[in-house]
Design a protein around this ligand. Structure first.
Ligand SMILES: C=C(O[C@H]1C=CC=C(C(=O)O)[C@@H]1O)C(=O)O
Length: 413
């Protein structure tokens, strides 16, 4: 092992035995999580924390910070090992009271395909790295009550109706409009409880927890890993029922619905266009598949490409954000319409959330099916793509279906 210069922070990764339940390792407050199908990353402690106005500044800051770390690893090349920064970015820096953030945790425990590891970052590290002690038992939130957020359901329907009229008049092609809901518990909400419930019920999604923003996103904005770039584009949704046969018919209907296929195409085109300068050999499937989640079906397309050397996962996220799945088409017009009509501070909802390693590889989902937990309140968000053929009542119902993962997680038990 090489000696670190005295003034440099060390980051050491060692292989460990399977730690079992990752979420059980999260500290009672301030933990970070990124979980899918039982694997993933949990982290705690804070070596550095920085707020940003834009993703470019975060990319630059992390590059400089990571370059100063002295990494030592037993697992070179395993994604998620080494020092990491977890981050969460606002949707629209010009229309929010909130800020984007990167956090460099003191310890990270990861597991992927049967391989587990511990990374610790610090000025002096003992020879034998110890696992963090498990947090206290997860606490159920108790009886949840709900209140309208910035708008009632009917008021939001009229906003959607206005957007449809303006789309029909040719102002733009698609806009994604979001709404919020306030959930209140009798006591402080334990975000680890919500993480655990989401990770269990939505294991095909990426369950995240970064600075109070907790959710299970089905949409991978961009993953950069060992020279390969992947993006999962979603747009076009239908709610599931309790009836399997009916669901099969709905899925078939979704895959043929011209309204949903059109909405989806805008989103795929926006991703392919934004990725092109950073990639070669891009593969964009001709037609979407139907992604099945417990609450909804989505039209989905997995775009893959070979990464050019320059362009970290954060740079790619910056190029892609906001896609037509959360903003609209054309982007600038849709963003303006959102500012004008939505009447909502989206905060970090629908912005990139994820992690980046010292080489720039990382995973950034779009923060969907999520809420910001603070004290005894969870501020929940959901949005819908609106096109010329959209029906306001159906969009309101769709937004409610998209709130189900968080509501169920809060109410579970
Ligand atoms: C904006 C959201 O979903 C997006 C992702 C998938 C499908 C969508 C839709 O069909 O409208 C949305 O574009 C949300 O869940 O809040």
């Amino acid at each position: 092992m090489t000696q670190a210069p005295a003034n440099r922070m060390r980051a050491r990764t060692v292989a460990i035995d399977d730690p079992g339940d990752l979420i059980g390792l999260l500290p009672d407050i301030g933990g970070l999580a990124w979980i899918r199908r039982g694997d993933g990353l949990v982290a705690g402690g804070c070596i550095a924390r920085q707020e940003f106005d834009c993703i470019a500044d975060a990319d630059e800051w992390w590059r400089a910070y990571a370059a100063e770390l002295h990494p030592e690893t037993e697992l070179a090349g395993v994604p998620g090992t080494g020092p990491l920064a977890f981050g969460s970015f606002v949707f629209d820096p010009d229309n929010t009271a909130h800020r984007s953030v990167l956090v460099v945790p003191e310890w990270i425990v990861g597991r992927r395909d049967g391989q587990a590891w511990l990374t610790r970052v610090g000025e002096s590290l003992p020879d034998d790295l110890a696992l963090p002690s498990p947090g206290s038992a997860l606490r159920r939130p108790g009886l949840i009550s709900y209140a309208d957020g910035s708008m009632s359901g009917p008021a939001w329907e009229s906003v959607v109706a206005e957007a449809v009229a303006r789309i029909k008049a040719g102002e733009l092609e698609k806009v994604v409009l979001a709404r919020d809901l306030l959930a209140r518990a009798p006591e402080e909400i334990d975000s680890r409880w919500v993480v655990a419930r989401l990770a269990e019920a939505y294991d095909r999604c990426w369950t995240f927890s970064v600075e109070g923003l907790v959710g299970a996103s089905p949409e991978m904005l961009v993953r950069r890993e060992a020279g390969l770039v992947t993006s999962r584009v979603l747009a076009g949704t239908i709610q599931r029922t309790a009836d399997e046969e009916m669901d099969r018919a709905l899925a078939a209907h979704l895959s043929r619905s011209s309204k949903d296929l059109g909405e989806h195409e805008y989103a795929v085109n926006s991703v392919a266009h934004a990725l092109a300068p950073f990639c070669s050999g891009m593969n964009v499937p001709d037609a979407p598949y139907v992604l099945e989640l417990p609450n909804v079906f989505h039209l989905a397309t997995d775009v893959t490409a070979v990464a050019r050397a320059e362009g970290s996962s954060l740079a790619l996220a910056m190029a892609l954000h906001p896609t037509a799945a959360v903003c609209g088409t054309p982007t600038a017009d849709a963003r303006l319409m959102i500012r004008e009509l939505e009447g909502l501070d989206r905060e970090r909802y629908s912005g990139p959330v994820g992690w980046v390693d010292a080489s720039g590889d990382g995973e950034w989902a779009i923060a969907l099916r999520c809420g910001r937990i603070e004290g005894n309140t969870a501020h929940l968000f959901a949005g819908c793509g609106v096109v010329a053929g959209s029906d306001p009542e159906a969009e309101l119902a769709e937004s409610m279906a998209k709130l189900v993962p968080m509501r169920d997680a809060l109410e579970a038990g």
